[in-house]
Design a protein around this ligand. Structure first.
Ligand code: NA7
Length: 547
């Protein structure tokens, strides 16, 4: 049985087919892009959304335990005082249903839904040079056109379901976490296999284990995780956030990752080993991604990183009672935060439960799915009624490449990106005039608290389009040299950190067989990226050809 999204017809939204701008996706990016172009610039805009509601990533990722890793007071739009003042978060880290409520609140407050076509999946987008318009075709066969096409499809929206032989023969149910059934999945009395221990698997396993008869976690790469220390927000904290929001926003815009906390301005070796231990203990007790901010050199100096890595491994060994299981979990060979660092609620504790088993599929890989479970190369077989694929995404480029995008002279995006994504500032691709990508590859996106880069991209794109219209410029497209230089800057920024040393990360596309290995996000920091984009705009959009 599969739950891959069903084919749907277009909704009966607007009758019009010609717009100034078409936006693909109604998550954080698409919602704000619609508001910025329609309500600030006065353009005619239509958002095309495959789902039947707003939410983007949060619409699809309804798996058990789905929760934001950014703190709620920073995981929201900052452009509107009204939105800030009229919304109350309930927990330190919002769970998926609360993020969905927030995005619906935003969409309703800004009256956005009337310009969103739901159930509308884009299957082709072709640039017509003679008319200087993008012609978009939907799965139901509708044709729409616009001067500007903006993709707001998210970085983690194309589910990666490994091509294991035999999946079609499995007699139980299986689900990918990123395409989770809306009605939920009942694990009571079921034997469950979970494949994957990334951020998603680490959130899902403790919740699945609570009701499943048995949970078998298949782990290929052991992973670090730090407790989220999630808790309900106090009224006092909420009042504090509202009273000091301008300062919180200033911090978010000044830090490399867009979070509402700063990175400590000290090396791991500026302090004694005892002081360092005490700092990590305090960060562990405080919880969350702030652990990574304990020292400024954790992500750039291997020795400094080792101190953080060893601390987390020690914690794993302390928490997990069975020494062999603890060793399997703590046997991590990549730098701490070299892959996306998860945060959790009772992840390692889950392996102390009688109904949970950890299986190493790195030394004994998955060979096939059988009618009743998963068989490993050694012949060992694990039975399941339900298989949960927490196997991640064809990140950053997957969804863009599946949209059938063709630029000038019929050039497809697949051809343009054959050797890996090549664009300028993560915003525009040579050969694809008036096409903008929000949080595409080459943007800091996934390395950040996402609303921060999203707001910056959306505002930059809106300002750019305003500039074009004010100056009677029909089209904008990056120069090839500017794109090549940006790709080099993205590579250089990655090489300056430990992130590029991890061979098997989705930042590099390594999780998808055949995908070019190119470090995709810009690791130079959100604040620096913002300054570069501002300078480019102030210099009359240097690096872009304006015609
Ligand atoms: P991730 O971080 O890509 O994790 C996927 C997990 O699935 C990871 O443990 C993978 O092991 C595992 N995986 C993938 N393919 C296989 C196969 N073929 N066999 C065994 N195990 C496999 O995705 P998430 O959904 O957890 O997180 C994505 C982002 O969402 C996250 O970073 C947040 O930003 C939100 P591997 O490590 O590749 O060995």
């Amino acid at each position: 049985m599969t739950n891959v999204a069903q084919t749907r017809g277009d909704s009966t939204g607007s009758e019009a087919t010609e717009f100034d701008a078409l936006v693909v996706g109604a998550g954080f990016s698409g919602l704000y892009q619609l508001h910025a172009l329609r309500d600030r610039l006065g353009l005619t805009v239509q958002v095309l959304e495959a789902a039947d509601g707003v939410g983007g990533t949060w619409y699809w990722n309804r798996y058990p335990g789905a929760r934001c890793d950014s703190e709620s007071h920073s995981y929201c739009f900052s452009f509107s005082e009204e939105l800030i003042n009229d919304w109350e978060w309930s927990e330190r880290y919002p769970a998926q249903p609360e993020v969905m409520r927030y995005l619906n609140f935003v969409a309703d407050r800004l009256d956005l839904k009337r310009d969103i076509r739901f159930h509308t999946k884009v299957v082709a987008a072709e640039y017509d040079e003679a008319r200087n318009r993008w012609l978009v075709t939907t799965e139901a066969g509708a044709h729409l056109s616009a001067t500007y096409l903006i993709t707001a499809v998210g970085c983690l929206s194309a589910a990666n379901i490994p091509d294991f032989p035999g999946l079609d023969r499995f007699e139980g149910d299986w689900h990918h976490t990123g395409l989770w059934p809306h009605e939920g999945v009942d694990f009571a009395g079921k034997r469950v296999i979970q494949i994957g221990t990334g951020s998603t698997g680490i959130q899902a396993a403790p919740v699945i284990a609570e009701t499943a008869e048995h949970l078998t976690v298949l782990q290929r790469t052991p992973n670090y995780s730090v407790p989220a220390q999630n808790a309900p927000l106090t009224d006092e904290f909420r009042r504090h956030v509202k009273a000091t929001y301008p300062e919180i926003r200033r911090v978010m815009r000044s830090t490399p990752n867009g979070h509402a906390f700063t990175i400590a301005d000290r090396s791991a070796f500026d302090v004694t080993p005892e002081e360092r231990e005490a700092i990590y203990e305090a960060a562990w007790a405080k919880g969350g991604l702030q652990f990574r901010a304990s020292f400024r050199d954790v992500l750039v100096n291997k020795e400094a990183n080792d101190t953080a890595a060893e601390f987390v491994k020690k914690k794993i060994r302390e928490i997990v009672k069975d020494p062999a299981t603890a060793e399997q979990l703590a046997n991590i060979d990549h730098p701490y935060a070299g892959k996306r660092p998860p945060i959790d609620t009772n992840y390692f504790e889950t392996f102390n439960r009688d109904n949970v088993t950890l299986v190493d599929v790195r030394t004994d890989p998955i060979e096939e799915i059988t009618a009743t479970g998963v068989r490993l190369r050694s012949g060992a077989e694990h039975v399941a009624d339900i298989i949960v694929f927490a196997t991640g995404f064809d990140a950053m480029t997957g969804t863009l490449l599946k949209m059938g995008i063709r630029g000038r002279d019929g050039l497809t995006l697949e051809q343009a990106w054959e050797a890996g994504p090549r664009n300028y500032l993560g915003l525009q691709v040579p050969g694809f005039p008036n096409l903008f990508t929000v949080t595409g590859p080459g943007s800091p996106s996934v390395l950040c608290n996402m609303p921060v880069p999203i707001e910056q991209h959306v505002e930059w794109i809106a300002d750019c389009i305003a500039h074009l219209r004010q100056h009677g410029i029909d089209r904008i497209e990056p120069e090839a040299a500017a794109a090549d230089d940006w790709v080099e800057q993205v590579n250089r920024a990655a090489r300056a950190t430990l992130l590029s040393e991890v061979e098997h990360s989705w930042y590099l596309g390594a999780n998808v067989p055949g995908k070019p290995r190119v470090f995709m996000p810009y690791a130079g920091g959100m604040a620096r990226y913002r300054a570069i984009c501002d300078e480019v705009a102030a210099n009359g959009y240097s690096g872009f050809a304006l015609r």
